[in-house]
Design a protein around this ligand. Sequence first.
Ligand code: ZN
Length: 466
Amino acid sequence: LIENRSINGISCLVTIGKPGRDQIGVAHEIGSTVKDLGQAAGANVACNFNFADTVTGTPIGMLQADGKVVNQDNDRTRGRLSIYQDTAGKLHMGIPPINAVWSVQGVPPLLMGSRSVYEQYKATTPADVYNGTNYRTAAGIRSDGQLVIVRTISKVTLQQLADIMLILGCWEALNGDGGGSTYMWPEDNGWGRKMGSAITIKRGEDKDMDKRFLIAIDDGHGIETAGKRTPTLPDGTVMRENEFNRRVAHLLAEHLMRCGLEILLVSPLDVDTPLKVRTDTANKAKADLYISIHANASGSGGFNSARGIETYHYPGSTKGKKAAEVIHKHLIGGTKLPDRGVKSQDFHVLRETSMPAVLVECAFMTNLEDAKLLLTDAYREECAEELARGICEYFGVVYVDENIEPVKELPLIGDTVKVLINDQEIADGYIIEGRAYIPVRAAGDALGMEVGWDPETKIASLKGGK
Ligand SMILES: [Zn+2]
């Protein structure tokens, strides 16, 4: 259940917990080691979390287990984020609600929305953690809702740890205790510090869960890949192709997750991930579709008249062609750019992928009009939305619009109020957020008063009486 993997050349112990299949929880007992805790819980895996006073073996900071708070924050830990499971079984990173099933706390957060964020938490991160290189533990949540726990078996920086979690598909991730506290039982089976708490996984049976489609998203190039940029625009701007590609990739991932699809970023880092690594990653994960996002170029320097959108599939791939056609239809329909058609080409990412693969060229960097569009966030958002709509249509999945108005929070009606006018009961009133409201018309009528209500000005009036 624990895999020993080399990620970016760093050896790591990796384990994955699947809510709904596995029992994930927190074991705690002051003075216990992670091994003791794992064994006592009858778990298959236990890993150190929270930070701890390892002399007494007492966890530090907010810790919840079995639906109860078992350790409180102190002044230093208050405000730190946790990984927690809610009562519906879903995992989150954030400040846990009081009724969380379990929560473990760490610092700093490494990833939020697949972006490295630890630098923003410098002030609240102990300096040795922030600056040092050490053995580290991290917990993260993937787009498919699964929990990823990593214990590095060589010394890493927070940046390296964030990259590892990103490569493992985490959308969010949190750094745990490091140094001599890192311990993943049963792979680590020797001496261990007294931690007092551990995150545990008890492996369950795979039930027939609904099949969810996995979409591999490729952002084309590295940010500094030579040549992949616009000519200099009249205002002096130069856009690198990856600025467009990665933004669209990121927005697309959010749309797809909202629509219930799983996503795999095959090139999550800034560097130019080799094409073989991209396609190997997608093949290994058995993705259902591969989408490669690009902006086009033509000519030999400078701007020219070629513009519009073209979409590619592998020659002879029936499924690839169908996916390309559906996605292209949405891109053209939404962007209204010139339609250069669906084409086939022997590109590496189309040839070496074992699932239908589509490469989109979303406009020309070498056309001034197109380049100006590629620079805007509005156009990037448009492309991402159309790609998501096309992918959803291809898989027969309902596209969930992000602009659907959320239900406004209803006022809390506490209780009804019995209203007596001259000892006669009239229509009920209500207590709304602590204040009692009574029906003015019924009250006025009972008192023989003239009752007025103007819906325009929203004025209620009572006249007459004593
Ligand atoms: Zn490209």
